[in-house]
Design a protein around this ligand. Structure first.
Ligand SMILES: *Cc1c(COP(=O)(O)O)cnc(C)c1O
Length: 471
């Protein structure tokens, strides 16, 4: 078993503010509560405002956030489940879906009616898609032991969805040089219980786009679905295409594509807690609807897995899309792609480093000369936070708007040069790096015996307040 020593900076507030172990008997002054919230937010925002943190803060623009907060505040108390009270939510949700469908060229579909859902995040969108494929295939083809095939590089949300819904997940290998899925393996592993295959546009690890057109041909020939995971790339790659970057088609213009997930809470620059999932055919989405018509509490139906939903999030998501428009998204994409290209060039100036596959706005690099986590160790000290990967060890940088600020690329290039020199020295001295791979970047020191360790880290994160000794 591995030792896990909690890092004190993971939970710095117990000493500063005390710990609420029970509902306070007397309410606190609102101004005081807000001051406390402001102080924590300000300190935490300072960590990413430098532009040195990969992904996570896609917009990073406090004016945009203030605008979204105003939109959110007008509807935050509204339950989007009760549409008779709030027809506004029907407008927001319908238009968010329509705008996303348009972005993914639903006009190319003439054999069916494209529709969508707004969900609570990328995982939610993927779960709804897997559920839709499972139930649609059961109803139309009588599948009883459904399976889904994903490239190994596709997001763990597919594993989670399959785990939750009793669907077998088959992981297709990828070509180590291109990071793209092995099409032959996919073809060979489709059987009469396969309900869908998956391709990413782009994947989280490498920022590369799977051969969607080829996957579409396979899916069509075998009469199964193809889900394109555009959770990360959905709201930026279409603009990269318009700007002339070499990005293959991945949307509804590809005949076999039957659903697409695209996160408004990433490059849609909306608040966390919103995403879209689009279906080529209304019948597919409708297959996952849930009804309970004989409940004593009344007839119950909900369009997705959530019950009550925040009207604020729908309003803010809608506000983000319509306030930026195509022109706004294109402008941000232009800055992000240019920044990513410049950072990739900085990586390529070092013969010890190489990029994995053909990346886009997100790139990942490794080293054959030393363990690239030495680079990570050094860059961390300079305030950089990359996402660590394994098989092979690699570091990934998802370029977002905070990196497009003046000076960030130059800082990256200078620090990387020092980091490479440091890594060479460490390797020559036979030393091992301190950091390791974990999605979300919680802690280092991962090995294959990681299950216990991971559980410990998660439990510690959730239980920290209770485990702090009373003051
Ligand atoms: C973020 C992401 C997801 C999952 O989205 P969440 O919003 O974190 O639930 C799925 N696929 C890809 C490629 C992603 O980057």
């Amino acid at each position: 078993m591995l030792d896990y020593v909690p890092m004190s900076n993971d939970y710095p507030y117990a000493e500063k503010y005390g710990v609420n172990r029970a509902l306070p008997e007397h309410g606190r002054d609102r101004g005081e509560v807000l001051d406390e919230l402001r102080a924590m937010a300000k300190a935490e925002d300072a960590t990413w405002e430098s532009g040195r943190i990969s992904g996570t803060m896609y917009c990073g623009d406090h004016e945009h956030y203030a605008f979204l907060n105003e939109a959110f505040g007008l509807y935050a108390h509204v339950n989007a489940l009760q549409r008779d009270i709030c027809p506004s939510q029907t407008r927001f949700e319908g238009e968010v879906i329509a705008m996303a469908l348009d972005l993914f060229h639903s006009e190319a579909v003439d054999e069916s009616t494209p529709v969508g859902l707004v969900t609570s995040g990328g995982t939610g969108s993927i779960c709804h898609a897997v559920l839709a494929y499972r139930d649609h295939a059961a109803a139309t083809r009588g599948t009883t032991r459904p399976n889904v095939i994903k490239p190994e590089t596709a997001h763990p949300a597919f594993d989670k969805a399959c785990h939750l819904f009793g669907v077998e997940l088959r992981r297709a290998p990828v070509d180590p040089a291109t990071t793209l899925v092995d099409l032959e393996w996919v073809s060979e592993h489709i059987d009469d219980q396969t309900v869908a295959v998956v391709g990413s546009a782009c994947n989280y690890g490498y920022g590369t786009v799977d051969p969607i057109a080829e996957l579409g041909e396979i899916a069509q020939a075998r009469g199964i679905g193809l889900h394109v995971d555009g959770c990360l790339g959905g709201f930026i790659l279409p603009f990269g295409q318009e700007l002339g970057y070499d990005i293959p088609l991945f949307d509804f213009r590809v005949p076999g594509v039957t659903s697409i997930s695209a996160d408004t809470h990433k490059y849609g620059y909306a608040f966390k807690g919103s995403s879209t999932v689009l279906f080529r055919d209304k019948a597919l989405r409708n297959a996952q609807y849930f009804f309970l018509t004989d409940w004593s509490g009344g007839k119950y139906c909900s369009p997705g897995m959530d019950g009550s939903r925040s009207g604020g999030l729908l309003a803010a998501t809608w506000a983000s899309l319509v306030s930026l428009g195509r022109e706004g998204y294109r402008r941000y994409a232009e800055q992000i792609f240019a920044t990513s290209s410049a950072m990739q060039e900085a990586v390529l100036t070092h013969p010890e480093l190489r990029l994995l596959g053909k990346p886009t706005f997100l790139f990942s690099f490794t080293s054959d000369a030393f363990d690239v986590y030495h680079v990570n160790d050094f860059m961390r000290k300079r305030g950089w936070r990359f996402n660590g990967q394994q098989y092979p060890n690699a570091l990934h940088m998802a370029v977002t708007r905070p990196q497009t600020q003046p000076g960030v690329v130059e800082g990256f290039a200078a620090d990387l040069a020092d980091a490479v020199a440091y890594a060479r020295e460490q390797e020559a001295a036979g030393l091992s790096p301190h950091s390791g791979a974990i999605y979300g970047g919680v802690a280092g020191g991962m090995t294959d015996e990681a299950d216990e360790f991971i559980k410990m880290v998660m439990a510690d994160m959730m239980d920290r307040q209770q485990s702090v000794p009373p003051a």
